[in-house]
Design a protein around this ligand. Sequence first.
Ligand code: C5P
Length: 329
Amino acid sequence: MTGLTARVPAKLNLQLAVGPPRADGYHDLVTVFHAVSLFDEVTVSRAGRDAVTVTGEGADLVPAGQDNLALRAVAALRPAARRAGAGEAARRGVRVTIVKRIPVAAGLAGGSADAAAAMLACNELWGAGLPVPQLVKVAATVGSDVAFALLGGTAVGRGRGERITPALAPATAYHWVLAFADGQLPTPEVYAALDRLRAAGAADGKARPGRPELDPSLMSALRSGDARLVGRALSNDLQAAALSLRPSLRKTLAAGLELGALGAVVAGSGPTCAFLAANAERALELAVSLSGAGVCRSVARVTGPVPGAVLVREDDTPEPPAGPPRCPP
Ligand code: C5P
C-alpha cells in the first residue's frame, strides 16, 4: 500500500457561546458542533521528508510549508505512534495531499478537518493502531476544532472547543444551505473584534461576559428533532464581530430569512452564512433563490449531522519509477 485517503467534513456551530479572553489568549467557550456533508479529501503516502500539496477550492491560501496544520498534526502524532509501537514507519517522512472543497478561513474549520484526516490516515499508514480516544487527545493539542473533526456528528465542545461530548439526539437529518462569501475572515481577528466590541459595550450586552453556558432551548430542540425549533435556537457570539468586520453579511442573513429559512447564523468566525431549511426541497428552493439574489459568491446544499474523518481508500499503485516521464506510444 502506497497511500491512504481519508474524507473529512466541515463543521457548523449551532451555538457558540464565548467567554472572556484567557491568560493564554484563547477564549473559554461552550459550543454545539455539527458536522455537515461538505468534505475535503486527504491522502498520505511515504516520502523522504514531510511535505504537503494542496489543490481545489482556495488551495493557494493554504500554507504549503511545515506550518501547514495537517503537517503539524502529523508531527504531533509521531511520538504517540512510536510509543504505540509504530517504530521505523513513523520515523519516515509523509507526503500529505489535500483536495479542498471546504473554503479556506470561512468559519467551517477546513484546516482543522485536514489535520484530523491526516492524523487518521497516518495512524493507519504507520500501523500505529492508536484508538480514537488517543487520537482525540493528540488532536486537542493541534487546534481547537481538530478533535471534533475526528468525531463528527453533533457534539458539545468545551474549553477552547477541544473537549468534546457527543450530543444525545434522534437521528434527524437537517438540510442546510451554505452561502459562501468572497474573501476570508481570519479567526483570531474575529475573536479580537468581539473583545473590542464587548469592551465598548457594543457586542451583546456582555461587556464582562461570564462563564459561557449551553443553551437549554437548543438542546431540547435537538432532542425533539424539530427543525423549526432548531432554526429558532441557532446562536453565535462571534456573529456580531464577524458582521462588524464584514457588514455586507447582514444582507445575506436577512435575505435567507426572507426567502423562508427556518434560521440563519454566521458559521463559526465567518464569513460563510448557514441557513436551515425545513426539508431537501425547501433547501433546493432556498439555494436557487439565494444564488439569484446576489448576496453571496456561491451556495451549497449540505446535510448534517455526518460522521467525522473516515478512511475511504487505500492506493496500491506502485511508486512511479525515478527518471523523466515517458510519453505513451
Ligand atoms: O485553536 P485554533 O488554532 O483553531 O485557534 C485559532 C485562533 O482562534 C487562536 O489563535 C485564537 O486567536 C482564536 N481562538 C480563541 N478561542 C478559542 C478558539 C480560538 O480565541 N476557544
